[in-house]
Design a protein around this ligand. Structure first.
Ligand code: BGC
Length: 443
């Protein structure tokens, strides 16, 4: 970790932390909530590393006041949470459940009372199960149902939400949820998952139009990005890098920023109808960037169904997820977005950045996580360096406030600034929480 003082960030820079509904809320049967694809998936044997579910998770549904107090103590100016579609419209379509919205209404008011800007994500992967039964994201209809849900939510929470984020990481939901099957709904369609990309993007565009009629707050999408590094220097390796880069970094950004789908991926694009690309390219005010690590790629073996093969990157420290710790990747990524999309690129907020380590309380009950402090220190310096080079970055959100239910990894991966004992639900701020609090509070 650098011993030089952390450079200053401009006044008004948004400091935040992020969470998502299914990962923290619990309360899955309360106040009219419907089932989501993650309830179904987590309850299917063999899907989750430790056999756990999000039935209780961090019990945030009942402990939200304590969690807002933790946010206030941290001094963040913003909190990014997600709204569970199955709480608001339990069947995916049909009647809106006012009791589902009541929970977020109270949360938003509590945040504002503590001077924390509510930043709401409308879809963080928890599709209502009934919508899945009707075809899920393979069905075009789902895009329209999403826009209706966005409209109903904004009708209630309107301008109290300070930044709306339509979708979280549509690339991960397509690739892990529908391409390889490690995430809900567990489909293994590989490149036949393209309709999931298109219908999510269409849902985003339709939701932007709906939200504009309800709010004057800015609107964003949160994409996952990963700079791609070639494992060799053959022409075949370079071709593989270009293919992976188009898939991971451009498939969801080129059409959003008015450039249509990238060429050369070989998708069957029959689901794209006249006018869809204009809907998708509706102007957004902020691009949310979720960054965790770069990806190593080489040419595929003969007969592989994919045009690339992923390989571990050597030479970096690693997190408990075995992900390389590479702040230089964030610096590179921000520069790449700035150069590639030039005048079409809106201001960026880093909407997720963080790391998992096996943090545990010591004999005195304190949780020391120096590796997370080093991680955040490095990534914030990377952001600052990109800003010095002209990239317009206006915020940084740490993933995550709390240790939580990490999807297919269950409770085995701890990403929090705050340790959670999942047996007792006791929350213990880690040393990284104090470090970030002091950084934010600098005069
Ligand atoms: C997701 C989070 C997840 C985090 C760490 C992101 O892909 O948006 O929900 O917990 O990465 O895996």
């Amino acid at each position: 970790m650098s011993t030089a003082a952390m450079p200053e960030f401009p006044a008004g820079f948004r400091w935040g932390v992020s969470t998502s509904a299914y990962q923290i809320e619990g309360g899955v049967d309360e106040n009219g909530r419907g089932a989501s694809i993650w309830d179904t998936f987590a309850h299917s044997p063999g899907r989750i590393a430790d056999g756990s579910t999000g039935d209780v998770a961090c019990d945030h549904y009942h402990r939200h006041a304590e969690d807002v107090a933790l946010l206030a103590g941290l001094g963040v100016s913003a909190y990014r949470f997600s709204i569970a579609w199955p709480r608001v419209r339990p069947a995916g379509d049909g009647p809106v459940n006012a009791r589902g919205l009541d929970f977020y209404d109270r949360l938003v008011d509590d945040l504002l009372a503590h001077d924390v800007d509510p930043v709401a994500t409308l879809f963080h992967w928890d599709l209502p199960q009934s919508r899945q039964d009707a075809g899920g994201w393979l069905a075009r209809d789902t895009a329209h149902r999403f826009a209706e849900y966005a409209d109903a939510t904004a009708a209630r929470l309107g301008d109290r939400v300070k930044l709306w984020i339509t979708l979280n990481e549509p690339f991960i939901h397509m690739s892990l949820g529908h391409g390889t099957g490690e995430h809900a709904p567990g489909r293994t369609l590989l490149f036949d998952a393209f309709p999931v990309a298109h219908h999510q993007l269409l849902a985003h565009g339709l939701a932007v139009a709906a939200l504009r009629t309800r709010t004057t707050s800015p609107i964003a999408i949160a994409n996952n990005y990963s700079p791609v590094r070639a494992a060799g220097d053959s022409d075949a390796d370079r071709t593989a890098v270009a293919a992976y880069e188009a898939l991971h970094n451009r498939l969801f950004t080129d059409p959003l920023l008015g450039r249509g789908y990238p060429d050369g991926l070989g998708f069957d694009t029959a689901v794209v109808r006249a006018g869809d690309l204009d809907v998708i390219a509706a102007p957004i005010d902020v691009l949310g960037v979720n960054y965790y690590n770069p990806t190593g790629v080489r040419a595929p073996q003969e007969g592989s169904p994919l045009p690339f093969e992923l390989v571990p990157l050597q030479g970096y420290p690693r997190t408990a997820f075995d992900w390389p710790v590479a702040p230089d990747g964030l610096h590179e990524l921000l520069g790449w977005l700035h150069r590639t999309y030039a005048d079409d690129l809106p201001p960026i907020q880093v909407t997720e950045s963080g790391c998992a380590y096996d943090d545990a309380p010591d004999a005195d009950g304190r949780v020391h996580d120096p590796q997370r402090i080093a991680y955040l220190d490095g990534h914030l310096r990377a952001v600052r360096a990109a800003m010095d080079e002209g990239v317009d970055v206006t915020g940084y959100f740490v993933w995550s406030l709390l240790d939580n239910w990490e999807w297919a990894e269950g409770f085995t991966k701890r990403f929090g600034l705050v340790h959670v004992d999942f047996d007792t639900q006791v929350r213990t701020p880690k040393s990284s929480y104090a470090w970030l609090r002091d950084l934010i509070a600098r005069p």
